[in-house]
Design a binder for this molecule. Structure first.
Ligand code: DP6
Length: 329
């Protein structure tokens, strides 16, 4: 098998309209329910990987920080999967950079593990097809499997072999906009990695899972018909249900800040006035506001005038994980 040497990949994070919250298998990142998301073109993670003979251990830097402890162990475990598939034993040098704040519910692990999976497999001489790459990315971080295909992707499957994401619509299908109201840059106290484990302790977990198939069907037809009201209502319902599960888990996870609630109330008030805007949130305090491209400037302006909003990131649908020629080292 030929080895490519230094390889660099780019991936976008994704925002889920139907969330992945709770696992059927924690080791394999098999989800408790199907999820559906859109990649975010404006946010990127770039990752360079090189397997180096003689290197005693994997050396990983994220931004300008060397990784250590649990985060390093998670990357090394992922590189071990790649080494096992490729039949190599060399340790790797890895550098990864994101152009958006990590650890605030913007799913940096999704773009991170999607880019790492593509760069590492190619650097090891493997050429996986999209499904196999998505499945591999899933083992690093569940939501990363949805950042592998371009545009809008659905992640289903409850066995290791069949659990990966596939595209339901390309990015050009619908110029849906996500305006992310940043109300905090701080690292969340409980990451989604640990949050998933406590989901089943919530009395609301089962109720949310029972509602998912209906909401998912709504989101799928909404994407097909480019129907924002249908998409927004379902996405908002599932995000609030997920936060209900989080708040009522043991221990209770409360990701919202006062400014989060202020944005939720403002979005509802704007909708009452006739502006087409809906919201969703990941495991963090920042609010993703979904609207049609024609309303994006209006929504952005209103969010920027909202007390407690520190910044607004704006993104349409993004591409899949892809190789690039410029390396980080
Ligand atoms: C709230 O994919 O970060 O963003 O599989 O343990 O790495 P692990 O979890 P992760 O969970 C993402 C949770 C979420 C919802 C979503 O993106 O679907």
């Amino acid at each position: 098998m030929e080895r490519m040497g230094k390889t660099t990949a780019v991936a976008n994070p994704n925002i889920a309209f139907i969330k992945y919250w709770g696992k059927a298998d924690e080791r394999l990142n098999l989800p408790a329910n199907p999820s559906l998301s859109m990649n975010l073109a404006a946010l990127t993670t770039v990752t360079t990987v090189e397997f180096e003979p003689g290197l005693p251990a994997d050396v990983v830097t994220v931004g300008d920080q060397p990784l250590a402890g649990q985060s390093l162990a998670r990357v090394t475990a992922h590189l071990d999967r790649v080494r096992a598939q490729a039949g190599i034993s060399e340790r790797a040098r890895v550098a990864s950079c994101s152009d958006f704040p990590a650890g605030t519910g913007l799913a940096s692990s999704a773009s991170g593990f999607a880019a790492l999976s593509l760069a590492a497999t190619r650097a090891a001489g493997l050429h996986l097809d999209e499904a196999a790459l998505s499945r591999l990315a899933r083992l690093g971080s569940g939501s990363a499997c949805r950042s592998v295909p371009a545009g809008f992707s659905l992640w289903e499957g409850y066995r290791d072999e069949t659990s990966f994401a596939r595209q339901v619509a390309p990015p050009e299908h619908w110029d849906l906009q996500d305006l992310i109201a940043i109300v905090s840059y701080e690292h969340k106290a409980v990451g989604s990695y640990d949050g998933h484990t406590v989901a089943p302790t919530s009395p609301l977990h089962r109720a949310r899972l029972a509602a998912v198939p209906g909401l998912l069907a709504g989101v799928r037809s909404a994407i097909e018909a480019r129907d924002l009201a249908l998409l927004g209502a379902a996405a908002e319902a599932d995000a609030l249900a997920m936060h209900g599960v989080m708040m009522t888990s043991t221990p209770s996870l409360l990701y919202w800040l006062p400014a989060t609630v202020a944005v939720l109330l403002a979005v509802r008030a704007w909708r009452e006035e006739g502006l087409g805007v809906y919201l969703t949130l990941d495991a963090g305090p920042n609010v993703h506001c979904l609207c049609q491209a024609a309303d994006a400037a209006e929504v952005e302006g209103r969010l920027r005038n909202q007390a407690g909003v520190l910044d607004v990131l704006k993104s349409g649908p993004g591409g899949g994980a892809r190789l690039v020629e410029v390396h980080l080292f």
